[in-house]
Ligand binder design. Structure first.
Ligand code: ZN
Length: 249
């Protein structure tokens, strides 16, 4: 039987509930590090996408859970579910979760999002990192902005940058939106306001891009402007996140 992927809405719920912490790391060591991980099917049936059957696990624990040849006692489903409950409660039960943990996580999330854009962007520019180094301003975002001013854009670039503006920018906008929605009441008014402004500007950059057709010099000029605008906004998001973190930490 074909494997049916976990629907995006369910994935979002698992990631949001766990805040990308591994249930087992938390259960065993109270470890709240944000980890690279995967959504595991606890009953090992890849088609059972019930929320109750899913848990976010770090790579090591996911491997350990999946491996059938393990010599040592493997994790029991009810055991993992217990750890998972403790982790979910940690974020949702106010007396357990500290305000600082919640806010730091939200800010961390926001601060990381622009880097995804950066990596995609540099992958689309011929010789990406090497080119950006030639425009070094001592700071990566500044260097990319300087590079954008001189990028020779062609009609093909309009289509090439489509994923950047549509999917990656869309991803960041959704992330900003969900942080404002979920954690808005925990964030400082100033920071929340900055996030709302960034969201508006990024949405605008995406909308403007969609009106371009890329067949005439004016559209190409606009494309350059949109790239620059996006970079300026994303740098701002990173800087605001760093600033906000420094106040809290
Ligand atoms: Zn783990």
């Amino acid at each position: 039987m074909a494997r049916s992927p976990v629907p995006e809405a369910v994935q979002t719920e698992v990631l949001t509930l766990s805040r990308r912490r591994c249930c087992i790391c938390f259960g065993l060591n109270q470890d709240l590090t944000i980890v690279r991980g995967q959504i595991a099917h606890l009953d090992k049936d890849p088609n059972n996408n019930d929320l109750d059957n899913l848990a976010f696990l770090c790579m090591a624990h996911h491997d350990e859970h999946d491996s059938r040849t393990s010599q040592s006692k493997s994790f029991l489903v009810q055991e993992i579910k217990g750890y998972r409950q403790e982790l979910y409660d940690y974020w949702t039960t106010p007396e357990k979760a500290t305000r600082q943990d919640i806010v730091l996580t939200a800010i961390e999330d926001i601060g990381l999002a622009p880097h995804v854009w950066k990596i995609h962007f540099l992958a689309l520019v011929p010789d990406g990192w090497k080119t950006v180094e030639q425009y070094s301003t001592g700071e990566i975002w500044g260097s990319m902005i300087a590079m954008t001013e001189e990028l020779e854009l062609t009609v093909d670039d309009w289509a090439r940058y489509q994923s950047l503006f549509e999917s990656v920018l869309g991803h960041i906008s959704r992330k900003l939106e969900s942080v404002i929605l979920l954690w808005g009441s925990y964030l400082s008014d100033d920071y929340k306001h900055k996030l709302q402004m960034s969201l508006r500007k990024l949405t605008w950059a995406g909308d403007t891009y969609r009106t371009l057709r890329g067949h005439d010099p004016t559209s190409l000029l606009f494309l350059r402007t949109q790239l620059k605008e996006a970079l300026v906004n994303l740098r701002e998001i990173c800087e605001n996140a760093d600033h906000e973190k420094s106040i809290i930490a």
